[in-house]
Design a protein around this ligand. Structure first.
Ligand code: ZN
Length: 439
């Protein structure tokens, strides 16, 4: 569907693509926005139109959040949701995390740069209640920002959101129950004691006994491994150093790798942010309802709908049926709005080259959607896509590199997101924590 605004840019009911084409052709409407595609009627006011109940349904995940805009129709069996627009928002939590680590590293250098020694300060700093780590906050803000944006494009009156709590004990061992559930893996041990017992007091890789053993990460932290006990093993110093930043499998020890359990980061991220998302939505003066993940799965099976982020969002809530879900999905990728970093550094931390002082070059910014007409040369033809600017005015548009700014025409300003159309059933590379544990 195409989003429709009235003369004063207030949202009306979305219309079909065919109708939008007709309205544009007859010059009754103009294109207001390209992504998501929105038209503005030149001769219609909100007061003259009839609105039906429209809502956003959302299934927040750790890496990707599904969203569905629906028109709700009341039938004798109960409400039926007709899909108007499906999208999936790819979060940048990992990117935020990496940048924060980079910042921490450069600040750590500053502390010792001009001082020989300073004793650490008394640790009396507290975290305010409800504080979320920046990587998690970016997820919450992505979801809230898009509900707010959709509100400007469609007459939204209700929000259905899935708030699920993943049981991290049950994810590891679905059969766990009773006293074992309460105790967990480390009961009765300290970490080192547990590891010595688990790995038989010998190096997990070469089997050396009676040598100093080091605690080692099976999947290194630099590769996304966590500190959880099941990701730790014991290794002698030579093995630990030889392994470096490789996983146990890459190091040639599949049997050790088999004992490592996947991290629970994704489940933890969803658990931590669920109430922040709900609270944020409640402040928007919409009818907000929270639903369980079990209900989503029940609906999906009931209506025979495949598993995908956007379709999961469509299945959130209590209704008698859904329709119109086999359409293209708008993939919305959060990119951020650039960096404050002014200087690039080389591998040793010395400055190397300066970043541009201004974001704008000849009126263009990195991330703008442009159309470039190239008359001749290697990249002859028309290129439409997101631009990467350089100070000298030689831009890159998608794959075409070295395109003069004079050949480019602005289609839509960068807004911190990149857009792409994908089929609804193909699942995306980002893994939703819900995928492993939708029950
Ligand atoms: Zn060894």
């Amino acid at each position: 569907m195409v989003f429709v605004l009235d003369k004063k840019k207030r949202p009306l009911m979305p219309c079909s693509e065919k109708r939008a084409r007709l309205l544009l052709k007859r010059e009754r409407a103009v294109v207001h926005r390209l992504q998501p595609f929105t038209i503005r009627l030149k001769d219609r006011l909100l007061e003259q139109s009839v609105l039906q109940p429209v809502g956003v349904k959302s299934d927040p995940g750790s890496k990707v959040t599904g969203a569905a805009l629906v028109r709700r129709e009341e039938t004798v069996n109960g409400p039926v949701d007709h899909a108007l627009h499906l999208s999936q928002i790819a979060h940048r939590g990992e990117m935020v995390h990496e940048r924060m680590q980079k910042r921490a590293a450069s600040r750590r250098r500053r502390r010792s740069a001009n001082l020989r020694y300073r004793p650490p300060r008394f640790n009396n700093r507290t975290r305010s209640q409800g504080l979320l780590a920046p990587s998690l906050r970016s997820r919450v803000e992505n979801v809230l920002a898009w509900v707010e944006r959709y509100r400007r494009l469609a007459p939204i009156v209700f929000v259905d959101v899935e708030t699920v709590r993943f049981d991290t004990q049950k994810i590891q061992n679905p059969e766990i129950s009773g006293v074992e559930y309460q105790r967990g893996e480390l009961f009765g041990y300290e970490v080192r004691g547990h590891l010595l017992e688990k790995w038989g007091r010998r190096c997990a890789y070469c089997g050396a006994e009676k040598v100093p053993l080091e605690i080692e990460h099976i999947v290194p932290k630099s590769r996304g491994g966590s500190d959880r006990v099941s990701n730790l093993s014991l290794a002698c110093r030579p093995c630990n150093q030889a392994k470096g930043s490789r996983t146990a499998e890459e190091f040639g020890h599949a049997e050790v790798q088999a004992k490592a359990k996947p991290p629970l980061k994704d489940a933890a991220a969803v658990n931590t942010t669920r109430y922040a998302i709900l609270d944020g939505l409640r402040e928007m003066e919409l009818a907000v309802r929270a639903w369980t993940g079990g209900r989503t799965k029940y609906n999906r099976v009931q209506f025979g709908i495949p598993k995908a982020h956007a379709l999961d969002a469509l299945c959130v809530g209590g209704m008698a049926g859904v329709s119109g879900w086999n359409v293209q999905v708008l993939e919305i990728k959060a990119l951020g709005r650039g960096q404050r970093c002014r200087t690039n550094v080389d591998a040793h931390g010395f400055s190397r080259g300066y970043r541009m002082r201004h974001k704008t070059v000849h009126g263009f910014r990195t991330g703008d959607l442009v159309q470039a007409e190239v008359p001749h040369g290697k990249w002859a033809g028309t290129h439409v896509g997101f631009v990467a600017v350089r100070a000298l005015g030689s831009f890159r548009v998608e794959k075409a590199d070295g395109i003069s700014w004079k050949r480019c025409r602005l289609l839509q300003r960068a807004d911190g997101y990149e857009y792409r159309k994908i089929p609804s059933v193909v699942s995306s590379p980002g893994v939703n924590a819900g995928a492993s544990n939708a029950a």
